[in-house]
Each structure stands twice: as structure tokens, then as C-alpha cells.
Design a protein around this ligand. Structure first.
Ligand code: 5GP
Ligand code: MN
Length: 338
């Protein structure tokens, strides 16, 4: 697939002496974005590179357990610092996104930079902005591809236990703990990481068993009061209003994973989590089998992602977006596969 093997030697020589490197991942970074960028940072530091990780927006508090994550630059809070680091950078690594609009105002800064751009990602429809790309849509996660990239460099011995555990984060979160999006290589990577000492039980615990009482209450509210089932369409929608955000004091990461509950119901194939944000309405879409949420998100909701997990955003009222979803779904499912 999209791997520039012939350029790997050139990249290897660029990496062979210390450089200023910036790693960027997508807005609202998730486990894979954070795990891959932090793992890649520590891997590059093993060579003596000076590495800065930049996220467009804040990371969820659930990932505060990661050593050094507080050294990341959040563009929303420190735009000038982020811009300065991008200006200084000789190499920019873009991880877990493939279109510059996924990093908001960082997009033009990256686009205008003279640095060598490296893309490691597994989303559909990549934009051609990188000098070197490892873009494989069949990969479970960007963490899997960071492991592959390090293997391509012939440097897997630099992956220590700590880096292994960071890479495990994306494997776990992007596959729902190995329930979907896996391929034979995913398990090879998991095996190698475990051999390198990764404590996967500890990582599962750190990732999943950290809900706060507030988050459990919010989940209960979503399932009891905000879930609408459309059994004839094998679909379910969960919505959250601006008022819910105030009432439940919802902050970043609190809504993570709620969409998946729809698909835990027998026979359900499509799940939508639609939330009213300050200026936009955000959609999180999930599906099973051949139904492509990426196509639905791209066609109707200015979004994209993966076949079974995509997202989008619309400038409209919450009820209009929900109506649009309900209106387009029957026809969409007919043309897809029900
Ligand atoms: P989530 O629903 O967890 O926010 O995102 C699911 C997947 O869709 C992720 O891979 C994410 O990168 C992608 N995604 C989420 N929102 C958007 C969006 O607005 N635009 C695009 N292109 N992808 C999105
Ligand atoms: Mn990912």
C-alpha cells in the first residue's frame, strides 16, 4: 500500500544525526494518537533527537498517567510556542491523521514548513502532503504502524519496555481490546511488545478501569434518557445537548466509548453519537460489517475516518443534524448493505 520504501534509506540517513523533530497528532487526541506520538517521541530521543509533541487540542485526563505527557504543547493554549517549534523543525512527523484539516490551524503551518514531512497513519483517503508516508488502511492502529516503521528502519532493538507499553495503548484502544480492526500482523506486534516486557494487563487496567463517578452517571444518563433506537434500520442514536454538557459538567474524554454501547445490543449495526458543541454539532459514527461509516461521514457530515469508525462535524442545530442522519440513513443502507 502507500509505503515509500525507496525513500526509507534517505530518511534513515536524515535520522542518523540529532535533529529538531516535531510530532503532531489530531485534534481531540485519542489513545492511538497519544500512544503512537509518545512512543515515537521516546524512540527518537533514543537517537539524541530533540523532540516536541504537539496536539491541536487538550488530551483527556485519563491519559495523564503517561510519563512526560505534560511536556506536550497544546496549540489551543500555546499557539505561539507551537508555531515556533514547527518553524524550527527539520522533520515533522504526522501521526494518526492524513488530512491537514484534522489539525486545524496547525495545518497551514505544517503545509508551509520546509521540514521533511513524515506521515504514519491508517485512515482512508490520505492527502498527499508528506515526503514519506507509511499509510496502510488495513493496519489496526497507528501504533501498529509506528512499530512497523521502526522495523523498516531496522531499529526494533531501541523499543524498550516503556515504549512497548505506549504502543500497546493504540493497539488496545483502536481495536476495542482486539475485538475488531485486527489483522495477523497486529497480533505479531502485540506478541513482540509483550516479549519486550510490556505489561498489557496493566495497560488494559490503566485505560479501561479509570471511570470517575461523574462519567458513570453520564453513561447512565445517555443510556436511560438519550438513546433512540431505530430497530427497522438496525441503528441507534445517542444525543447530548449543550445543557447536558453543563448539567453533567462534561469535559474532554468523558464521552469516550459511549457510542459503542449501541452496538452491544443484539442486531444493532449502526451507532451514532451526536453532540451539541459550543459552535458545531459533532458526530461519532460506528458500524459493523460492510456498512461504511467513512462514506456516510464523508458524504453528509464533512468527515471521514475508517470504515467502521468515523466522525464528522456540521454547523447546524442538533435537531437538524439528527433529522438529517435519520433521513439519509435508509437510502444509504439500501445502497450499502443491510
Ligand atoms: P471518534 O468518533 O472516536 O471521534 O472518531 C472515530 C474516527 O473518525 C477516528 O479515526 C477519527 O480520527 C475520525 N474522525 C473523527 N472526527 C472526524 C472528522 O471530523 N473528520 C474526519 N476526517 N475524521 C474524523
Ligand atoms: Mn488511530
Amino acid at each position: 500500500m502507500g509505503t515509500d520504501m525507496e525513500k526509507i534509506e534517505d530518511l534513515k540517513s536524515q535520522l542518523s544525526y540529532p535533529k529538531d523533530i516535531v510530532i503532531i497528532s489530531h485534534r481531540n487526541p485519542d489513545g492511538d494518537a497519544i500512544g503512537s506520538s509518545m512512543a515515537f517521541r521516546y524512540f527518537l530521543e533514543e537517537y539524541g533527537h530533540v523532540v516536541k509533541v504537539i496536539y491541536p487540542s487538550e488530551y483527556p485526563v485519563a491519559f495523564e498517567f503517561i510519563k512526560g505527557i505534560d511536556q506536550c504543547i497544546i496549540f489551543d493554549s500555546e499557539p505561539q510556542k507551537a508555531a515556533l517549534e514547527i518553524e524550527k523543525a527539520e522533520i515533522i512527523a504526522c501521526l494518526d491523521f492524513n488530512a491537514l484539516d484534522r489539525i486545524d490551524k496547525l495545518g497551514p503551518l505544517v503545509n508551509n514548513s520546509k521540514a521533511t514531512k513524515l506521515l504514519i497513519d491508517h485512515h482512508l483517503d490520505p492527502e498527499p502532503f508528506a515526503d514519506f508516508s507509511l499509510s496502510e488502511t488495513t493496519a489496526s492502529s497507528t501504533c501498529e504502524l509506528v512499530y512497523k516503521f521502526i522495523q523498516l528502519l531496522g531499529e526494533d532493538r531501541k523499543i524498550n519496555t516503556f515504549i512497548s507499553e505506549l504502543l500497546f495503548i493504540g493497539l488496545i484502544t483502536d481495536t476495542g481490546s482486539f475485538k475488531y480492526s485486527t489483522n495477523p500482523y497486529t497480533y505479531e506486534v502485540a506478541s513482540e511488545l509483550k516479549k519486550k516486557g510490556a505489561d498489557d494487563y496493566k495497560m488494559q487496567d490503566l485505560i479501561h478501569n479509570t471511570m470517575t463517578p461523574k462519567q458513570v452517571a453520564l453513561l447512565g444518563h445517555c443510556l436511560a434518557n438519550r438513546l433512540e433506537l431505530l430497530p427497522e434500520l438496525t441503528a441507534g442514536i445517542i444525543t447530548l445537548t449543550k445543557q447536558d454538557y453543563i448539567d453533567f459538567d462534561i469535559s474532554r474524554g468523558d464521552t469516550e466509548g459511549i457510542v459503542n454501547y449501541v452496538l452491544m445490543m443484539k442486531g444493532m449495526k449502526v451507532a451514532a453519537f451526536i453532540t451539541e458543541q459550543p459552535t458545531i454539532v459533532k458526530l461519532s459514527l460506528r458500524s459493523k460489517g460492510d456498512i461504511s461509516m467513512q462514506e456516510l461521514a464523508r458524504k453528509y457530515f464533512n468527515g471521514g475516518g475508517h470504515k467502521n469508525a468515523s466522525g464528522g462535524a456540521v454547523y447546524n442545530k442538533l435537531e437538524n443534524v439528527v433529522d438529517k442522519f435519520k433521513n439519509v440513513l435508509p437510502e444509504f443502507l439500501n445502497s450499502n448493505e443491510l
